[in-house]
Design a protein around this ligand. Sequence first.
Ligand SMILES: Cc1ncc(C[n+]2csc(CCOP(=O)(O)OP(=O)(O)O)c2C)c(N)n1
Ligand SMILES: [Mg+2]
Length: 377
Amino acid sequence: MTSPIETTADDPAIVRVLADDGTFAPTESAEKYLPLIEALSDAELETLYRDMVVVRAFDRQATNLQRQGQLALWPPSFGQEAAQVGSVRAARPQDHFFPSYREHIVCMARGVDPVDIIRMMRGVTHGGWDPAKAGNVRPYTLVLGAQTLHAAGYGMGLVFDGRTASGDLTRDEAVVTYYGDGASTQGDVHEAMVFAASYRAPTVFFLQNNHWAISVPVARQSRTPLVRRGYGYGIPSVRVDGNDVLASYAVSRAALDDARSGVGPQLIEALTYRMGAHTTSDDPTKYRLSEEEQEWAGRDPIARMRTYLTGRGATEAFFAEVDDEGRALADDVRVRTNELTDITRESMFAHVYSEDHPLMTQQREWLDAYEAAIEGS
Ligand SMILES: Cc1ncc(C[n+]2csc(CCOP(=O)(O)OP(=O)(O)O)c2C)c(N)n1
Ligand SMILES: [Mg+2]
């Protein structure tokens, strides 16, 4: 069966800079972005690679910790590193992030302690982190698409408060929100796009099309390329190879700067692939073919960037140092996860209302009685 998702001449061609094998081969649609890539220093290019390697090591460690019973659940970012790293490194310090639940490197690159992500997936925190101390990254949202409304609203607030579109790129604020191909069907996302467009909110809708919404393939829930969902709202929309970190960086940089300059919201559809399971509760061998997985393994974002950097003269010593850094971070995360203490029983009630509340008192009493009954039985 052919895919029902047919592109037409009206659709933007995919922006790609690195071919699957890592050679520098920009597509025609990538040409206008090349100056942004040429402006990157060697150190900045190395950071893009380093981020991808480090988060993959972290992600593998977290998956193992779940398997060892240390975490309730883990949503892997395996395979989606380039889309995420490119976009977060394209942002400016004053920007704001409204992630979904898989954007581990977005959090880490902005200063979130990876153990704070672990804490959430272990179920030993009621919060997450303080966005003001963590690069303006808001906590994860597991309710599909809800974060896009928060991001649209935050962008509207920036407009109302005059914190954007002054013409100063170093100060004007912008917002990025991440969501998936499955979430793109959610009503919330469409409402967010209506409001963001109407108010010219400086919000970038970063859609990671990883081709699967748990066991549902993207082809089943859309008859058109997802990038077109932006057109109906008058939102400039672009399709990028999400496994190409340079392309992801460049389109994100341009979209964010357009957004903060007063153009209004932007949509980026990053074509990538969820190389692992949806979460540790999922078994993808039940619903997808290994041929497909193999095909995407050939487009691994890390291998691609490594080949590119090697061609530019990066040494084996550099790659070994980055691998060591990944291992050290994974070790540190394991040690600190094993040291985490369980949440106190009292904190279940303490953080619901700012003051004592009769409902909480009632529930605490109920639990006391229940536990006493169990002990007595
Ligand atoms: C409103 C809502 N409906 C359903 C779910 C259950 N659910 C969790 S993840 C998921 C699939 C999401 O797929 P996608 O948006 O493509 O993101 P991905 O997991 O692939 O990153 C579903 C249906 C949910 N969390 N929230
Ligand atoms: Mg998906």
